[in-house]
Design a protein around this ligand. Structure first.
Ligand code: AMP
Ligand code: TRP
Length: 338
């Protein structure tokens, strides 16, 4: 079997820990929607990844529904994409165990996300947080996914997925798992914190002012952009002028991603503009693009039974793909099964 014999298939996921923020939308969900329809697309709410750090059970259940509501509100359609939550398909955990036995401790030790999250207290981190990339590899390879749209921060994990696939194929003398490609494109693969342009926007940052939450109302969005940190210079005449200006570059990239255009086009539209002009324009654009999504998210979240039904039906479709791949893996490894 050659690499090209794998059917193109997209898989990606988001953790239900804390609410969705603009980085999740621009770096992931909006791009998931863009890939829908062109090939088979599978989008997961990765609840088993969330519990690698403590989650209150009620918050976890609601958080899972909230990410699903975000998917639906942004335009993912259960008739076109498989939408489900990870824990409903037990094959993820089963394949992850096999991959724990393929991946090497030295590989895990190089993972920068583990180092960032565990910090100086790595001894107290859960074993799950350490093994997390192996579960992520299982998520992807359980579907023989060939493409994984993610933000820049996940590149290393997708590369590790390829290492696991290659070692499995090599050790067992098969060409069973594909070499999955990370898809990291567009202007907003790394949306930065609004108070510090050198740090990534995340759900867990200290201050709410540093991120735009998907459920923020219009006034809050406007206030956060107006208070966003910038340098005192106006926008440059060309994008090259943004290279050493992380905060300015971030706001231009957010504008470009929201408006489906490029940073070059944004600079061409606002050459030399002051922040008093650009920030309100960005705030208006963000409100225009995000308000319909947050309204729709709230509508979906008001009907949790409907979300649960969609996730359950999605899980059934996911299982139909995953089960034969897991069974074949067991056969390759020599694990007896019924
Ligand atoms: P997480 O919330 O960590 O589960 O991330 C889910 C997806 O959103 C992944 O593909 C991340 O790379 C992406 N993502 C999260 N934060 C950002 C950000 N600040 N900029 C771009 N993509 C992001
Ligand atoms: N690790 C990803 C993150 O933190 C989430 C994730 C889990 C994922 N499994 C995945 C992303 C599979 C893409 C494919 O953002």
């Amino acid at each position: 079997m050659t690499q090209t014999s794998f059917t193109p298939r997209v898989f990606s996921g988001i953790k239900p820990s804390g609410g969705l923020q603009l980085g999740n939308y621009l770096g992931a969900i909006k791009r998931f929607v863009g890939m829908q329809g062109s090939m088979e697309t599978i989008y997961c709410v990765v609840d088993m990844h969330a519990i690698t750090v403590w989650q209150d059970p009620k918050d976890l259940a609601n958080g899972t529904r909230e990410v699903a509501a975000g998917y639906l509100a942004a335009g993912l359609d259960p008739a076109k994409s498989i939408l489900f939550n990870q824990s409903r398909v037990s094959a993820h955990a089963e394949l992850a165990w096999i991959f724990n036995c393929v991946a090497r401790v030295g590989w895990m030790n190089r993972m920068t996300q583990f180092k960032d999250k565990a910090g100086s207290n790595a001894e107290k981190a859960s074993l799950g947080l350490y093994a997390y990339p192996s579960l992520m590899a299982a998520d992807i390879l359980l579907y023989h996914a060939t493409q994984v749209p993610v933000g820049e921060d996940q590149k290393q994990h997708v590369e590790l997925t390829r290492d696991i696939a290659a070692k499995f194929n090599h050790d067992y003398g098969v060409n069973f798992f594909p070499m999955t490609e990370p898809v990291i494109d567009g202007p907003a693969t790394r949306v930065m914190n609004l108070r510090d342009g050198t740090k990534k926007m995340s759900k867990s940052g200290e201050s709410d002012m540093e991120r735009i939450n998907m459920l923020d109302d219009a006034d809050t969005i406007a206030k956060k952009f107006k208070k966003a940190k910038t340098d005192p210079e106006p926008l440059p005449e060309t994008v090259e002028g943004l290279a050493t200006r992380p905060e300015a570059r971030n706001l231009v990239e957010i504008y470009a991603a929201l408006d489906d255009t490029t940073p070059e086009a944004v600079i061409a539209q606002y050459p030399g503009a002051g922040w008093g002009t650009f920030k309100p324009a960005l705030a208006d654009l963000a409100v225009a693009k995000l308000a319909p999504i947050s309204t729709d998210m709230a509508r979906f979240m008001a009907d949790p039974a409907e979300i649960d039904r969609i996730l359950s039906q999605g899980a059934e479709k996911a299982r139909a793909i995953a089960t034969p791949i897991l069974q074949k893996t067991y056969d390759i490894v020599g694990l007896l099964r019924d």
